[in-house]
Design a protein. Structure first.
Length: 116
């Protein structure tokens, strides 16, 4: 069992930055591919970025390319999402995800609101 707790969301003006953190419980953090997803009001949840177990490779949504960066610290059981040059369309609840071949865990989400 893995528990994920997100933090770092908030209200920011367009062009600003936020850094999301996701702290994971358990001793097997490095066994999971970690990802960030988001869900805007009235829309389906969408993939934002993911990072491999070792941190050597990442994948991202095209609309966040060059603005968002995912990273992880396996010693601290934490994954981060650095979000720069935020846009109003980035407004959503952001969810942390831990995925392995057998398990799929989600955090409770953190609200990010970008004002124009």
């Amino acid at each position: 069992q893995v528990q994920l707790v997100e933090s770092g969301g908030g209200l920011v003006q367009a062009g600003g930055s936020l850094r999301l953190s996701c702290a994971a419980s358990g001793r097997t953090f490095s066994s999971y591919t970690m990802g960030w997803f988001r869900q805007a009001p009235g829309k389906e949840r969408e993939f934002v970025e993911s990072i491999s177990r070792s941190g050597s490779s990442t994948a991202y949504l095209n609309s966040v390319k060059g603005r968002f960066t995912i990273s992880r610290d396996n010693a601290k059981n934490t994954v981060y999402l650095q979000m720069n040059r935020l846009k109003p369309e980035d407004t959503a609840v952001y969810y942390c995800n831990a995925r392995s071949n057998w398990y799929d865990y989600w955090g409770q989400g953190t609200q990010v609101t970008v004002s124009s």
